[in-house]
Ligand binder design. Structure first.
Ligand code: ZN
Length: 208
């Protein structure tokens, strides 16, 4: 059980991902929330993670996740506010989301279901320069399907923490899923999804 408080997520934070889904590129950060019950663990044994059934396509979105170590205050730097980083999957019911978007309804049914936010173990915040040089990636059944680098973000980490901190508040135990690069796609029961930090595996799951 991974204890977290608020689970913030950033939508459309990589230009090529916004474009691949036919969405406009945002002019300010687009923030949504998942319940803390959405969190579950990814580890090296690839535990089975159950997804909702018969609700259309389930998509993986691979994301860098920040864990907040203290209360936000204006002017605080990312280095001081963020205690650790992990990799996560923002599982999304894409067909449900399309219906919801068409109706203008909230995203909870598509993004906030149980097990929709798996997380790897964390490492201490390595600093922006180290993150700039790192590549995070997703392998689906052994094949690289997503590869991301934070230098391609539309809104960088400092902008995200300032925006979320000022509008909604940030405190110890909150996490931020910082958005997915391009290459999102469907996954079905039996797929093995594994998250890598450069060439090092941080955790994975078998889709159930
Ligand atoms: Zn996402």
């Amino acid at each position: 059980m991974i204890a977290v408080n608020n689970v913030y997520c950033v939508g459309r934070n990589y230009k090529k991902h916004a474009e691949e889904l036919g969405n406009d590129v945002p002019t300010e950060p687009m923030i949504f929330l998942k319940p803390s019950h959405a969190i579950c663990a990814l580890d090296s044994n690839n535990p089975t993670i159950e997804m909702p059934k018969e609700v259309g396509e389930v998509h993986y979105e691979t994301e860098l996740v920040l864990r907040i170590g203290r209360a936000y205050e204006p002017g605080i730097t990312v280095e001081k506010l963020v205690s650790s980083v992990a990799l996560g999957i923002d599982f999304t019911l894409r067909d449900v989301q399309s219906k919801i978007k068409a109706k203008g309804h909230p995203w909870t049914a598509a993004k906030g279901f149980r097990n929709s936010a798996p997380l790897t173990s964390e490492i201490a915040f390595p600093g922006i320069e180290a993150l700039n040089e790192a590549t995070f990636s997703m392998r689906k059944n052994g094949e690289v399907v997503q590869s991301g680098n934070i230098t391609n973000m539309i809104f960088d980490l400092q902008t995200l923490i300032d925006y979320i901190g000022e509008h909604y508040g940030l405190g110890e135990g909150d996490v931020i899923y910082t958005g997915t690069p391009e290459g999102v796609g469907p996954t079905v029961a039996g797929d093995v999804l594994e998250l890598y930090w450069n060439e090092e595996k941080w955790g994975g799951c078998t889709v159930g």
